[in-house]
Each structure stands twice: as C-alpha cells, then as structure tokens.
Design a protein around this ligand. Structure first.
Ligand code: HEM
Ligand code: SF4
Length: 563
C-alpha cells in the first residue's frame, strides 16, 4: 500500500470508522479489509498472521492464519489489581494464554480471533481501560518512570502523564460505536459529526510518543521520544519539567535518509503548563510533519529539518507563552532495580523480572497464575516498567509477608538466580506474530545471551550488567540504538551489530557489523570484550569504554545507524 493511501484513508475514514463494522461482520474471512487494517491500528488493533505457518499454508493454497494483536494503554504504567485480573482473564479466554508487557508500558494480547475482538475490548472497557490510540498516527501510550525514590514527585508526575494522555486522546466516538455497543442500548452513542479539536480530520502524519522521566532514572528512555518531560524537583516536590523534543528510533535498512535521533531539551515548563505544551507541540507536528513520505514523517525529522530555534518561535507564537530556561538534571541509568524497595512514605515496592515481558505459566515459574493470586490480595497497584518488567507497588509493611509467600510458591522472583546481563536485556516480539520481523528476537535472545555469558566468563567479566537489546527489524521497538550492545534483525539468523550507547540513555550506539550470523556476532563481541577487560577504567561501563577509546563513536548519529 502506497504511503499516500494512508493519508487518504485517514481523511476519508469518517473519524476512524472506515468500513470496520462491515469487516467485522464478514463471516467469510478471519481477516478485515486492507483499508480497515490501517484504521484498526488507531483502535489499538493489528491484524497479524502466524508467520511460522505462512509458507506451508501458501503452498497448500490456504489463506494466512489470521488473528489480531490488541494493545491496551496503561498511562504511566499504573494498573490496579482489578484491571490486572481483567487483563489476565482476556489473555486466558480470547488470546494465546500469555500476557505481554511492552517496552512502552502497555499490555499486548496476541492471537485474538476476529470474532473475539469486541468481547475483549468490552472487557478492557469494563475496568476503565482502552485500546484507543494504542497504535496509529496519534499520540500513543504516555509513559512514566516506574519507581522513584521520591513518592510525592512520582505521584504528581503520574497525574501529569495521565492528564496529558486524556488531553491528547482522539475524541472520535467511533471507538465506542464499533467496539462497545452491546446492542442493548447501554452504550448507544449519538453519532454527531465528530470533531477532533487537536488532530483535525487527518490526524498526525505519523505516530507520536510521549514519556515522563524522573531522574536519576531514565527507564523510559526519554530521549527516544517525540516529546519528553523530565521531572525537576525542589525539596522533594515537583517544580516542573524540562521539555525534550525530537527523539525517535525507527530506521529503514539501507536508507541513509532514516536514522535514530536523540531528543534535545527545548526549555522548562511548570506542571500546569504540561497539557498546553503537549497540545502545541502536537499541532506543530500536525501542520509541519511530512505527509508525503511516511519514512520522513516523524517529529524528529520535522525538528531536524526546521531547527530548534524555529520550533521555539513557532511554539511561542501558538502557545502564547515562552518556556523557561532548562534546569539541570542528571540521569544515571535506564535499567530496573529488582527486589523490594521502600519509598519515603514507608510503602514497599517489589520489582520482578519478566523475560521479554512475556508472562506465562512455565514449568519453573507459574507467572501468570502467581501474579493473578497477587492481584487478588494486593491493596496497592501494579506498575509496568519500560524494561518489560512488573512492580508490585504500594504495599504496606505488614502485607509484605503475604506477597512474599505467593512469590515463593509460584517461583516469581528470579532476579537473584539470573545474570545482570539477562536482567538488563530487552527483545521485541518479532516472529511469529510481527509482520515486519526479518529475524527472531524474543524467541532467540535467551539463547544468545547464554553464549555472551560464556564470553564474559572468558574475559573475567562475570556479573557485568552490559545492556543488550534485540529487535527483529530496524523499526526499533526495543530501542536497540540506545543499547550498549544492539542487535537489529536483517534477515533470518542475521543481525546488524551496534555498540557503544550510554547506560543512561544519553548517547546512541553505532553500527560495527552488518548482516552478521551468530558466529560472527560472537567473534566481534569477543574482540571488543577482550579490549574492554584490559582497558576499562575503574567501573566504567562497556558503552562508555567504547566511546572513550573510540571518539568517533560519540558523534554523527545519522551515519551511526548505517555505517
Ligand atoms: C517506526 C516504525 C515502527 C513500526 C512500523 C512498528 C510496528 C510494530 C508492530 C507491528 C508491532 C507488533 C509486534 C507484535 O506484537 O507482534 C510493534 C510492537 C511494539 N512496538 Fe513498534 N514499531 C515501530 C517502531 C517502534 C519504536 C521506535 C518503539 C519504541 C521505542 C516501538 C514500540 C513498540 C512496542 C513497545 C511494541 C510491543 C512489543 C514490545 O514490547 O517489544 N515501536 N511495533
Ligand atoms: S522491531 Fe520490528 S520486528 Fe520487532 S516488534 Fe517492532 S516492528 Fe516487529
């Protein structure tokens, strides 16, 4: 489908309705029409097919094995026990019996059949969650740092993230009409002509992503986002945010006009200016983003093409106020801190490792069941982390024992048994569900990590928590360009190898090898790890060692992605 078509489909969609109702009613196929596959994304739904059997079915003249991925938004990653139980029930009733925590703090359900979409979305709605704008050319799930030391700042920052998420949500009534109308009149919505006060008829040129970070943690990878808010605290209270603009990951192999970019700081805003800042930036991107080329349509290219000064002027003209001077902020890390932690308010939080965010019942660890049991007794809430993990948050000291008993019974807390390498690693979904995957990621990474652990041992680097992120294609869903070791799928069994990002998410890596198979990846890593073991200074992280000893690794992000 040509890129122009997506613009046409959006404009002619009658506020995202298209022919989705007819597509859902068509019992002759498990799929929906091609135009509707573009629109369903705005409703948080991707049509997929099982790629493990695609070729075999093609040879037998069978249609692909279609099913759907549903993504539920969780602003700030905060999820109540009641919501968790609903997600768990959907995973078991209509999806493939697993719950996927994403790198952007959302839930994903895989393998949902067309006829089960409506019941699934209604079950999500019943616990006051939605899938609207989880995908598509709109603002997506708004992220927020999971577990800070300062609970007051966290509380106020999550509230700001929540409010901005609501403010930037599409106003179309199509979502209710198509998915939630149960036919008994309860959800009947008058179909007045929809007005999108922020997006207009054409929505955005491309997806838009927002994150709130609370230093010193940069778990959200704020610089990977179109728009970011970095919390600034004054005496334990939220003073406001440094506003960052123009970050993004997506790259197309072999197209040097595409590259990852880090966001830049535009200025400082007070908490009451958060929505106005978000709306102004979004409308600038709506009006100036490149609608003629989807590969050049992200806000990062708009900022690059026009410059930060232009953006500042356009911002002030539209918003009617200027941003303040940025305040200092320091990040230390993008990773998660596992185990129990106490915050200043005397509440306890337990962060659990989930491999690639896939929650399932395995032989050794009955994660899905265990987390369900916790949800039944938890008086606090769950928090989804940007590293695909989950925290059991806001537990009173006297309730810790009950939680610990469930954790032990179901083998849920594995972090003491696993290497720091595994505990930091991220992988996107890739095969078999993602239609864009060129290579494995989630299913292969654990295997490869075992071999990298072997290399670490060889160089006396056991226990070194080097960041590894793998994706099945260059779109970058697991933010591989911000990883000390990034592996980007090129073809089955082959990856581009990137090295040298900063552990605090402030420096991109660069490509050191193209289209490498496993043996080649391990050989290149062996060489670099050997040099690291000999030449590192003190506790210097691997990425920083590379940047210090090879200054060419610090510059030119454009070329870095490709050569
Ligand atoms: C620019 C091009 C991109 C396209 C076309 C794209 C498309 C997709 C698709 C089709 C999936 C579904 C895979 C599945 O669950 O089976 C997916 C998953 C996901 N994408 Fe992207 N994506 C892009 C870039 C990104 C970037 C840059 C990020 C974040 C930095 C991101 C975040 C995610 C997340 C969080 C998931 C869920 C699975 C996970 O946690 O890995 N995507 N994406
Ligand atoms: S990085 Fe590519 S393969 Fe992985 S989930 Fe995103 S689009 Fe799919």
């Amino acid at each position: 489908m040509s890129k122009f078509d997506v613009e046409k489909i959006k404009t002619g969609s009658n506020a995202l309705r298209g022919t989705l109702v007819d597509s859902l009613a068509d019992a002759a196929t498990g799929a929906i029409s091609e135009e509707d596959t573009q629109l369903s994304k705005f409703h948080g739904i991707y049509q997929q097919d099982d790629r493990d059997v695609r070729e075999e079915r093609r040879q037998r003249y069978l249609a692909p094995d279609h099913s759907f991925m549903i993504r539920a938004r969780v602003p700030g990653g905060v999820c109540t026990p009641e919501q968790w139980l609903a997600m768990d029930a959907i995973a078991n009733t209509w999806a493939n019996g697993t719950l996927r925590l994403t790198t952007r703090q959302a839930f994903q359900f895989h393998g949902v059949l067309k006829g089960d979409l409506r019941p699934s979305l209604q079950a999500i709605d019943a616990v006051l969650m939605d899938t609207l704008a989880a995908c598509g050319d709109v603002n997506r799930n708004v992220m927020c740092t999971t577990l800070p030391e300062l609970s007051a700042v966290h509380r106020d920052t999550v509230a700001a993230a929540d409010a901005l998420s609501a403010h930037l949500s599409p106003q179309t009534t199509a979502y209710h009409e198509i998915w939630l109308d149960r036919g008994d009149g309860r959800e009947q919505v008058v179909s007045a002509p929809d007005v999108e006060p922020i997006y207009g008829k054409t929505y955005l040129p491309r997806k838009f992503k927002v994150a709130f970070a609370i230093p010193p943690q940069n778990d959200v990878d704020v610089f990977a986002h179109d728009l970011g808010y970095v919390a600034v605290e004054d005496n334990g209270q939220l003073a406001g945010f440094n506003v960052t603009v123009g970050g993004g990951m997506g790259v197309t192999h072999g197209d040097p006009a595409t590259y990852p970019l880090l966001a830049q700081v535009l200025g400082f805003c007070t908490p009451d200016q958060v929505n106005a800042v978000g709306e102004t930036i979004v409308t600038i991107q709506r009006d100036f983003g490149d609608r003629s080329n989807r590969k050049h349509a992200r806000f990062k290219y708009t900022v690059e093409d026009h410059g930060l000064e232009w953006l500042r002027e356009e911002f002030e003209r539209r918003a009617g106020f200027a941003l303040g001077k940025p305040r200092p902020h320091v990040f230390t890390d993008t990773g998660d801190r596992y185990g129990w932690q106490e915050t200043e308010d005397g509440r306890w939080h337990l962060l659990l490792f989930i491999q690639s965010g896939r929650i399932a019942d395995h032989a050794g660890a009955r994660q899905l069941t265990g987390l369900r049991e916790i949800a039944k007794v938890l008086k606090g809430e769950f928090r989804l982390t940007p590293n695909q993990n989950v925290a059991i948050a806001n537990v009173a000291a006297e309730d810790r024992d009950a939680i610990d008993a469930i954790i032990r019974e179901h083998g849920l807390d594995t972090h003491e048994r696993l290497s720091p390498l595994r505990l930091r690693a991220l992988a996107c979904v890739a095969l078999p569900t993602c239609s864009l995957a060129m290579a494995e990621a989630e299913r292969y990474l654990p295997d490869l990590l075992g071999k990298v652990e072997g290399l670490l041992s060889r160089h006396d680097l056991d226990g070194e928590g080097i960041g590894v992120r793998m994706t099945g294609c260059p779109n970058g869903c697991a933010r591989p360009y911000l990883s000390e070791i990034g592996l980007v799928g090129k073809a089955p069994g082959h990856y581009n190898l990137h090295l040298g990002a900063a552990v605090d998410g402030t420096r991109l890596n660069r490509m050191v090898g193209e289209n490498l198979d496993e043996q080649e990846i391990l050989a290149v890593l062996d060489d670099w790890l050997g040099r690291f073991a000999k030449g590192r200074s003190g506790g210097e992280p691997f990425g920083d060692f590379i940047a210090r000893t090879h200054p060419e690794f610090t510059g030119a992000p454009k070329e870095a992605a490709h050569a």
